[in-house]
Design a protein around this ligand. Structure first.
Ligand SMILES: *Cc1c(COP(=O)(O)O)cnc(C)c1O
Length: 217
């Protein structure tokens, strides 16, 4: 099942769009099957869960962090992740920078945009993104490579489109700022129910869980 699902999605994605398997609550064995079927990026929401999966699957895939990263988990996170997609505060940025400096590495990060301006969700409001980026772009051990957004959850993916459109507009505008440590390459948007719409609106990373692994238990 997992193998067929991955192959079907990969065939369907236009060139230049990367598939991430959003792996929360999946076993290392399920993630391994997805990797063997052609998944090259795995997204993890929890550092502890990621460590268990990483010990089995290893460097055969790239590991992206897509959950809410607590500062006391950063030290571990920078040991395994290839990208942190959910940077949403100066404090978190500075902690990632500090821990990466200790390990002599540079962490590619995406800024999480709260495109729905939902109070209960994490992320930077679109209108605050420019100031935030200017504030953290001087940090030498992080490299800002784009945006990630969730957007509000809807039954009808068409309702998500305006939030993807707004995030893409912001992405294009920030791209024109010539800031150190900033190279806007990735726009991570869209999940199982909304990824087709997200791709139409410019996503080049889609984060898919249910459609690969089936419903979560
Ligand atoms: C769970 C999750 C996904 C994938 O959700 P599905 O609806 O199962 O495809 C994508 N992004 C994030 C941040 C998630 O937590």
């Amino acid at each position: 099942m997992i193998e067929e699902n991955v192959k079907k999605i990969l065939q369907e994605l236009p060139p230049g769009v990367e598939l991430m398997a959003a792996a929360k609550a999946r076993t290392p064995e399920e993630i391994m099957r997805a990797a063997q079927a052609g998944v090259e990026i795995v997204g993890e929401n929890y550092v502890q869960e990621a460590l268990a999966a990483f010990n089995v699957v290893g460097h055969r895939v790239k590991w992206h962090f897509i959950g809410h990263l607590q500062r006391n988990k950063v030290k571990k996170a920078v040991e395994i992740f290839d990208m942190i997609e959910t940077v949403d505060s100066p404090e978190l940025s500075k902690e990632i920078d500090k821990r990466c400096s200790q390990r002599k590495r540079i962490m590619p990060v995406l800024i999480e945009i709260n495109s729905g301006r939902e109070k209960q969700k994490f992320g930077i409001f679109p209108e605050d993104a420019e100031d935030f980026i200017k504030e953290i772009s001087g940090l030498k051990n992080i490299k800002i490579e784009g945006f990630m957004t969730m957007g509000p959850m809807f039954g009808d993916p068409e309702d998500a489109r305006p939030y993807f459109v707004e995030t893409k507009k912001l992405f294009d505008r920030i791209k024109t700022l010539n800031l150190p440590g900033l190279e806007m390459k990735y726009l991570s948007m869209g999940m199982t129910n909304s990824y087709q719409v997200a791709i139409e609106e410019g996503a080049n990373i889609v984060r898919i869980g249910t459609k690969i692994f089936g419903p979560r238990g």
